[in-house]
Design a protein around this ligand. Sequence first.
Ligand SMILES: [Zn+2]
Length: 277
Amino acid sequence: MIVEEARGIFSVPHSAAEGKNVIVLGENAAIAIDVGTYPEEGRQMADFISARGYNLNRVIITHGHRDHILGGEAFHGSDVFAPRKTVAEIQRQIPNLSRQMGLDDAAITARILHPTITFENQLWIDLGNRQLHLFPTPGHSPDIVSIYVSDCRLLVASDTVVTGIVPAIFHSSLELQASINRLKQLDIETLISGHGPVLHGQAVIQDWLNWLTTYIGNVRSAISGMIAAGERDRGAILESIGYDEYIGDRLPQDKHGMPKRHRNAVAKIVDEQFSRR
Ligand SMILES: [Zn+2]
């Protein structure tokens, strides 16, 4: 169900782990943010925008992962705003995507919504009565951006702040922590996450941002403590960072392969800590 989360800003669910895309309506234009994995997921967004009398000509890609770039058939021909680094990230993903989707590289390349307007650091997009501020929040991936809409104090956090799954750390846990710490400085009344429930209210949002950075920090401290004490067995370290102790009831253990997501996050931080030595 498409839900209006703040005035003229809608969350649009998609199939990947409680995924959320976003539509922002302005005075002069509408813009879609991310397009899901399957053409019908992007099509639903396109239909919603068209039905409200807007031209279908603008879309933002927050980063180059499959569930953000493969559902965009309905937006081909639109201006596609994306970080410059996303172009390389997409190229890097193509062989994996071909394998995962059972398509050859040419077919997957044709299906991807490719950036047409890229930016190096930050970008402002003007919809007439409101501005979108896109800025880097690396960590989950190297290229990812968040989007802040100041008129309603809403943050589109994409996969930098996930609320329904354990954070997936493909790039750097330290950078992810730093990015989330920067987001804590913003005045946020509504937070739309890339995966999981939309959060409303500053206290709820601050609590979740604090929990995320604490989780990552606690896992890292435990690992570096064990390594400092002479532990060299990665498997033993992995085993000792248990789900119950580090996540408990913050996330539902029986959904979205949650224990495996926790192990993946821990394994990434274990790799980081060993490679520091
Ligand atoms: Zn992602």
